[in-house]
Each structure stands twice: as C-alpha cells, then as structure tokens.
Design a protein around this ligand. Structure first.
Ligand code: SF4
Length: 441
C-alpha cells in the first residue's frame, strides 16, 4: 500500500470535502490506513486511480480456479519468509492424468486424486486438483476425461499446447473455471485469445526468467490479469533458484511482471518427490505431479499444513469435556490443553488403552501443557474452573482427575480447589494406556 504522501500527490488537492474529510491530505491518510475506499473521492482522475490501484495491489496476485467449496486460491502472498508473518494460500497439489495412458487410466487417476484425503490434527488435508494432459493419446479420450473430471468435485487443469483443443476442452467444463496450461512463445497469441474469450486463468511458461518476464508482461498488456508463471525447473537447484528469484522479485522489489503465482510440473521421477517438498517450502503456488503414491502424498500434505499454518496462531480445538469411546460415570477423567497436536496425541494414546474415558480440554489459547504452565495459562484455578464449567462431577462419580505428569506441582492446590482426588499421570501421554489399565483393574 502506498504511503499517505504518495496517495496525496495523486489526489486533486482541492479540499472540496465531498469525501466527508476536510482536506485531501486527511483523506489520503485514511486511505493509506485502509479505513476508506478510493471511490469515496469522485474527483480522482482515471490515471491516478489506475496508479493507486496498481500500487495498492498485493505483490503477488491472487488467482483462483475451480468452482464451489473446493475452488482453490494461489498467490496473494506478502512474505519472503514464513516467520516474518505467515503464508496464506497453501500450495495447490494436483495429480496429472495423461491421455497417452488411455481413457480408463485417466478416469482411474481422477478417482485416485479424489480419494487422496486425510485427517490430521482435526483438519482435512487433501490433493486439491486433477490435471488432464493431452500428449500422444486420442483427442476424444482427452476431451472425455475432461468431461469426467468436470463431473467430479476437484478443480480441473487443462494441459494442452494446441489452443483449438484447449478451447474445446474448456467448453467441456465451462462452468468449472479450469486453469489453462499453457501459453509459450510458440502458441502465445492463440492461447491468450482462448483464455481471454473464456475468462480463464492461464499458465505462461518459458525456460528462462527473462523470457517468462517478457511473456507475462505481454499477456498482461493483452488484457489478461489472472496469470500463473511456470519457469523451467530442470533440476532441484534450478527450481529453487528460479522460484526464489520470482518470489524475491515480486515481494521485495515489487516487480509486477513476476507478481503472479507459480506452478511446477513434476514427472514420474523419485527426485520429484524432493522437488515437491521443496516446492511447498519455496515457493510453488501449485505443483502438478504425474506420479505421487499415497505414502508420499501424506508427508507432503503434512509438510504443507505446517508451512501454511500461521506461526502466531496455534491450531486449537474447542475447550470442553470430550468422550473417548463410550464413557460412563465410572470412567476415568483426565485433562489436557486445547493445543491441537497435544489433544490428538493424548486422545490417540487414550484410545490405545481401549478403556472409555472423559477427556477435559482446558483452554490455554492453543498452548501445549508445559508452555501454558510456564506462561501461567494453565493453573490449578483454570483447571478447577473448567471442571465446573463443563460439569465434570456430573458426568463422572469417581471424583478423581488424572493430570499430566509434567504439571504434578499443581496437584495439591487442585485437590484443595476441587475436593477431588488428584492422580498424577505419566509425563508423556504414551504412558497412559499402561496407567489406565492399572486404574481400571
Ligand atoms: Fe480531496 Fe477528493 Fe476529498 Fe475532495 S473528495 S477533499 S478532492 S479527496
């Protein structure tokens, strides 16, 4: 966003007050703080408006494709390093189905992509898109596969160098807003015309950054704003260098021709698993993979989940009294914090015991047991309050609570505040199954 003085220089400076501010400078200051919209001044010239919109745009344009709940967003990033603030839009992961393998194999790949969905720390992680590629197979198979993919939920990428065929495929999934892949120097005008006519986002590809810059600039001047950049990524090192250069140019230098999301296509090569992991970290907005077995997808999705979680906002679960299995009023009660990773780890360990239990989750603003205890967010008072708030004594007649071994120091005070028997549990939740078996016997 430009500064107030930069905005002021572009305003009419007549102080007419029609924007409801006494002076143009006052309006500029509010605009710089994003408290008002530029439209509030009816006298801004079209040139000044264009300049202000351009300078106020995010360094990397937000580009989306797909429709409905599973539509995906790419770009709109503002940081070079995640620890400076956060990354916003997780790398889109897609599986490529190639018509060289025939229609049945393509349909199987579409189903495979839809089945790649996992739950981790209470969140659903999934492969986000399916790409249909025309290479050496039948044109009819290709279009049929696009139609099949359009009938499913995941966003679609149309991979085809022939603009005429790309247009036909786009018509086969016109209400799904597919991503068109791709315009290069050899098909540039025809592919840009298809993307413009159908209002679709377009991948622009080149083997050097200079050529990529030139093509992206040309596409923008032709009226296309929703672009995705594909630099050639021959080797792991090449991919790292080019993706970093694009991100740095966009975020640090505000170099508009490279201010778009990026994409990399990874063929069936073991090295590509490493490329995929690196792409998630630095800095691919989308990765399309020819081959990614389920056992490789899960760690990749977990990595993505970690990288795209706001480091200042821990993933939390709701505080409350949870049942594990089908507990009764004779079942044991234990507590932990509402940091997701802690909650799911403790819960899994309780489940391993096969003994139904009550699990009290105390609100510690998403901090783990030791962190919350050290920060004063997990105290005997806060645990006693949770016992009251979530009516633990009404649910369990044992009048006993098991506390994490790491906070054994709170046992005396907690017993005093609650009139409950306080049993110190193991320091690590992995010790819970053994301990619970002792309790129940
Ligand atoms: Fe200035 Fe425009 Fe506000 Fe008038 S309406 S005071 S010209 S900013």
């Amino acid at each position: 966003m430009p500064t107030a003085m930069e905005i002021y220089k572009l305003l009419p400076k007549t102080n007419c007050g029609e924007c409801k501010f006494p002076t143009c400078l006052a309006f500029a200051m509010q605009l710089a703080n994003q408290k008002v919209a530029l439209d509030a001044c009816p006298h801004v010239s079209p040139e000044a408006k264009a300049a202000l919109e351009e300078s106020g745009a995010p360094p990397i344009r937000l580009v989306s494709f797909g429709s409905g709940d599973l539509a995906v967003k790419m770009g709109d990033e503002t940081q070079l390093f995640r620890h400076d603030k956060t990354f916003y839009n997780p790398t889109v992961l897609g599986l490529v189905a190639d018509d060289a393998d025939g229609l049945d194999a393509m349909k199987a790949k579409i189903e495979e992509a839809h089945a790649m969905s996992f739950e981790r720390v209470g969140q659903i992680m999934r492969v986000d898109s399916v790409a249909l590629r025309h290479s050496t197979g039948s044109v009819d198979d290709f279009v049929e596969a696009v139609k099949t993919a359009a009938g499913r939920e995941l966003p679609v990428v149309i991979m085809c160098d022939d603009a005429g065929l790309a247009a036909k495929a786009a018509d086969a999934c016109s209400d799904r807003k597919p991503l068109l892949y791709r315009a290069t120097a050899s098909n540039f005008d025809a592919m840009v015309a298809v993307a413009k006519e159908k209002s679709l986002p377009l991948v622009v590809g080149a083997s050097t950054l200079e050529e990529l810059t030139e093509l992206a600039d040309k596409a923008k001047k032709a009226g296309l704003n929703d672009l995705v950049l594909e630099p050639g990524t021959e080797s792991l090192a090449d991919m790292l260098v080019k993706m970093t250069a694009i991100r740095r140019a966009a975020v640090k230098n505000k170099f508009r021709p490279l201010g778009f999301p990026t994409i990399a296509i990874l063929g069936p090569d073991m090295m590509n698993h490493m490329k995929a992991a690196m792409g998630v970290m630095k800095y691919s907005s989308a990765l399309l993979m020819d081959d990614m077995p389920r056992e490789m997808v899960y760690p990749l999705l977990a990595l993505r989940q970690n990288i795209f979680t706001d480091p200042q906002v821990p993933i939390q679960v709701k505080a409350g009294l949870y049942s594990v299995g089908e507990p009764t009023d004779k079942s044991p009660v234990m507590f932990t914090t509402n940091f997701s990773l802690t909650y799911f780890t403790v819960r899994a360990d309780i489940e391993k015991s096969k003994i139904p239990a009550w699990m009290l989750v105390v609100d510690t603003e998403g901090q783990s047991v030791m962190t919350a205890f050290a920060a004063g967010k997990l105290t005997p008072e806060s645990v006693a309050k949770s016992i009251d708030d979530f009516q633990v004594k009404e649910k369990s007649s044992r009048n006993e609570i098991i506390i994490p071994g790491m906070v054994s120091r709170m046992s005396g005070k907690l017993a005093e505040l609650t009139d409950m028997k306080v049993t110190v549990g193991p320091r690590e939740s992995s010790g819970l199954p053994k301990m619970m078996k002792t309790l129940s016997s």
